[in-house]
Every structure is written in structure tokens, then in C-alpha cells.
Design a protein around this ligand. Sequence first.
Ligand code: HEM
Length: 201
Amino acid sequence: MAEMIRKSSVVEVINHWILAGSCMLLMLSGFAFLFHLEPVGAIFGGFESMKNIHNYLGVVFLLSLALSMVHYLKDAFEYDGDDVRWFMVAGGYLSHKVKVPPMGKYNPGQKLYYLAVLGAGIAIGISGFGMWLMKDNAQVMLLSHFIHNIAFVIFALAAPVHIYLGTLANPGTFQIMVNGMMPLADAKKKHPKWIKAIGKM
Ligand code: HEM
């Protein structure tokens, strides 16, 4: 059996499921509101109850997003020359011939993805509360709808890429989402700076 190393704590794994699950259900119900998709509304017990579920799922999503800051925010703000070089070779995704620079725990694509999720998440949350609680204020409603829709587009574009990279594009990565573990040998290849920093090299 290959020696394994813990990349995500149990709390990180559980919180990622809550973040991902609430986000996907919010996107599904939001999409159904936008295009008035009756069959999707029916799954949630009709449009009226889908509205309530959507609002409270938003609260769950925001709590999970707040906890995620403990897990990813510090890493997401740390960049060095290797991160710039990683972008110059497109992370090695476009060619096997390029040399991918050594990475820490997360590559810069993942770090920027997190900042996009955080920024768009805060925007979609605040505008959501605006629409939920300030229905009588036409200006707040207009601005909130606008911001909510822009942030939705960011999620709709970024999430499928993230899911593809976390599954099909990088076989083995999905295990991190399931139990937080990855093979030590893979971690030494993909995240040498992280492995060195924790003294396992
Ligand atoms: C259900 C589909 C999803 C799958 C299969 C998936 C997969 C993964 C995997 C495998 C990781 C660990 C990567 C690593 O440590 O190298 C991860 C991390 C992460 N996921 Fe997801 N994820 C999904 C949905 C989401 C959604 C919807 C969000 C945002 C709301 C999200 C946000 C994050 C963040 C912020 C991280 C940490 C930074 C990163 O690795 O990009 N995930 N995901």
C-alpha cells in the first residue's frame, strides 16, 4: 500500500462538501428562477418553497464560506516567482514537454479560484440578503439583482472548470475531497515546497 499523507483535515473535507453542495443547489434553483424551469421548481416542492429553500441555503453557503477562510485564505494570498512561472507554462495542462515549477500546497490557479469564490460569494450573499429583506426599496432591489446575476455568472463559469480539474483532469485528486488524503509520492512530485515545509521530503 502506498504511503498516504493528509492534505485536508476532516473539518476541511466536511466544510468543502457543505460549500459545494449548497453552492450547486443554489445554482440549480437560481437557474430555475431565471428561466422559470417548472420541472426543477417541482423537485423543490414548487416555486414558493424553492424560494425559501434558496434563501436558507444561502445562509448555509455563507457560513461555510466564512469557515473556508480559516482553511484557504492565508495560502490564497501568498505568491512567489514559481506561481508566475506556473502561469507562463499554463500549469503544464497544454503540453507535457514544459517544465512545471515546484508548487506549495496549492497552485496559483487554485488560489485565484478561491479568491474568486470568496469575492463572488460575498457579493452574491450581500445582494441576496438585499433582495430577501429589502423588497420595498426599488433601488436596492435593482442593484441587488444586477450584482446577484453577475456573481452567478462567475460561479457558473468557474465551478465547472474546478470540478473538471478536481476529477477527470487530475485522476486521484477526487480522493482529497472524499477523505482528505493523497499518496505521499504524488505530493512530493506535485507539491514539493509544501512537503519540504512540513519536513516529509
Ligand atoms: C461537486 C463538485 C466538486 C468537486 C468534485 C470538487 C473537488 C475538489 C477537490 C478534489 C479539491 C481538493 C484539491 C486539492 O487539494 O488539491 C477541492 C478544493 C476546493 N474546492 Fe472543490 N469541488 C467541487 C465543488 C466545489 C464548489 C461548488 C466550490 C465553490 C463554491 C468549491 C470550492 C473549493 C475550494 C475553494 C477548494 C480549495 C482550493 C482549490 O483547491 O481550488 N468546490 N475541490
